[in-house]
Design a protein around this ligand. Sequence first.
Ligand code: FE2
Ligand code: FE2
Length: 269
Amino acid sequence: MSTHKVGPDITVLADCLEVPGIGFLPINAFVLHAEQPVVVDTGLGLPDRDFLGTLGSVVDPADVRWIWLTHPDRDHTGGLFALLEAAPEARLITTFLGAGIMSTERPLPMDRLYFLNPGQTLDVGDRALHAFRPPLFDNPATVGFYDDRSRTCFSSDCFGGPMPSAEIATCTDVGAVPAEDLRAAQRLWASVDSPWVQLVDPDRFLTTVDPLRSMDPQTILCTHLPPAVGLTTQFIDTIAAVPGIDPYTGPDQAALEQMLAGFEPGGPQ
Ligand SMILES: [Fe+2]
Ligand SMILES: [Fe+2]
């Protein structure tokens, strides 16, 4: 994991995973250094990751007041329980569904939950965070938000895309990626993460994209993409065109056996 700042009051905790045949998927969490500090998602739970240690290099966990879990998928919840322990003042922002899903793994301290639905707003002292449902998502509990002070949209899985290398996946600005390559990566991710978008009516889908236009964020911070500054119009155009896209189908058993054979001594390299 590495850390870098986006503007004066946001830190990215950047990580990535290589997905065979797809690329290097960024896995970001964020710290919003608001008057009441907010941690957005909690990274991977792999044994060689230390989410809490990395977080501790940019904020004292004891000062964290809010943990915004954009949705309870496992690439977002890795450090959650350790952080809840290290941040006794923090309340966990999720939805009724999100809490239900999380409680299938371990009971949650119900008195520390804060249920926030799309359309609702949270005051964190020096700014308001406006919750919304991103147009693309892979979990019914997904809630992103817009910070009206930094003009930043935290979009959860929406707008993600696999990158060609770990260096690019954890870089500070996705603007370095050529626009056509970025568009192709985001379309691929949409077909992987939101296969249901094949079936949606394009006009009705656009009604979920339009709120982003009026939000008009300067910066988009996605869990699965390097930070994007000044690319909102391009991103909206990209996802406005995903209805009808073919869903991704992963390798089948024959392909898996072929891959495994490549690792056997004497097998094909
Ligand atoms: Fe997800
Ligand atoms: Fe995710």
